[in-house]
Write a new protein. Structure first.
Length: 367
């Protein structure tokens, strides 16, 4: 029996070779079906890894990532006791959710939203999901009143901010209104994987010190260009950290990832510049996508990706056609039952790669 697994992007790796024997092919593909950074990690990251690579590869890391925990706490203004490391946010989801919900509980999620959440609730934990349906004519923007209605009777509310696949963010006022409007027994989980692509959008992390119901999941992979190393953390109450710590395995984050993440956090200026460049690239790409026959609208985004709607339900065939040219895009059907073949997401890449994406789409839509 085949296991039931969440649907993700990443089909591009079939073209590179999952046996890693033809990695040189990586320069031939545009992996826009995943949301990895288009730029390299900060120079200090690569210098540290190159200088000590042999030792780092063969050496066991600090057992619980103590140095990385302190670096995160210093960078984010958190108490170290409020930080729990993991091998990316997905790993932390599978650790935390069995301790937050149980079969028979109800969980409120956005629709559309990152599909791993509904997968783990429905197919792994047997929890009922209540979908707060976001209106495309409202730009898929979450609204507080609708969220509170949908969350009635739910044990947990999950937001992705900025949301994937839409790229829409919510402000601190909505988060505070949600916490204020929910009953004391309802927990809130906010995934901020892409928030650093939107300078000026305040993180909810400071609120974990005042409301023990809140957990903020943070990736150190996407924005910091460390996706291949898998590192992330939860910012939450010290009590919840203490509850999860006994089940969090030692060496949950490898040594290469710990060193790279510490170095990345030491260079905020480098990454702020990349966020600015990404915004320029995103704007240009949105204009180019909107001009394509067969694209009915491109949605505003503050992140490193764009969601667009097709005139006709051709997402699967369009993505298959672009893949034959080495351009991999994401058919978004798995992210909402309402999408029905009309929505595609593309990562924002460098200028040349973005031009390949637009050209491949134009050809696929014309065919």
């Amino acid at each position: 029996m085949s296991p039931v697994r969440a649907v993700h992007g990443g089909a591009f790796f079939d073209a590179v070779g999952t046996d890693f024997q033809t990695l040189e092919r990586s320069g031939e593909v545009v992996n826009a079906d995943v949301l990895d950074a288009w730029y390299d990690p900060a120079p200090g990251v690569l210098e540290a890894l190159r200088a000590h690579l042999a030792w780092l590869v063969k050496t066991s890391p600090p057992t619980h990532g103590e140095g990385l925990v302190q670096a995160i706490a210093d960078a984010r203004g958190l108490d170290p006791s409020s930080v729990l490391l993991g091998a990316g946010t997905s790993s932390l989801m599978y650790l935390a959710f069995p301790r937050l919900v149980a079969p028979g509980d109800r969980v409120c999620v956005l629709d559309p939203m990152y599909g791993e959440y509904s997968h783990i609730f429905e197919h792994v934990l047997g929890v009922e999901t209540v979908r707060c349906e976001l209106d495309p004519d409202d730009g898929f923007r979450p609204r507080l009143e609708a969220l509170l209605r949908a969350a009635k009777g739910c044990r947990l509310v999950v937001l992705v901010n900025p949301n994937s696949p839409t790229g829409v963010h919510v402000d601190r006022a909505l988060v505070e209104g949600l916490l204020s409007g929910l009953p004391s027994e309802t927990r809130v989980w906010i995934d901020e994987t892409y928030i650093d692509f939107a300078p000026g959008t305040p993180s909810a992390e400071p609120l974990v010190g005042t409301d023990p119901r809140l957990t903020v999941a943070k990736s150190l992979s996407k924005f910091y260009a460390l996706s291949g190393l898998r590192a992330g953390y939860l910012a939450t109450s010290p009590q919840f950290v203490a509850d999860l710590a006994p089940m969090s395995p030692p060496w949950s984050v490898g040594l290469l990832a710990q060193v790279a993440a510490v170095e990345a956090l030491r260079d905020p200026g480098y990454y702020a510049a990349r966020a600015e460049e990404t915004a320029v690239l995103r704007g240009s790409m949105a204009e180019a996508l909107a001009a394509l026959p067969g694209v009915t609208r491109v949605f505003d985004s503050v992140a490193n990706f764009l969601l667009f709607e097709l005139v006709r339900p051709l997402a699967a065939s369009v993505c298959a056609a672009t893949a034959t040219t080495g351009v991999f895009l994401r058919d978004c059907d798995s992210l909402s039952p309402r999408f029905q073949g009309r929505y595609v997401r593309t990562a924002v890449k460098g200028e040349a790669e973005n031009a390949r994406i637009v050209a491949a789409l134009a050809a696929a839509l014309a065919g």
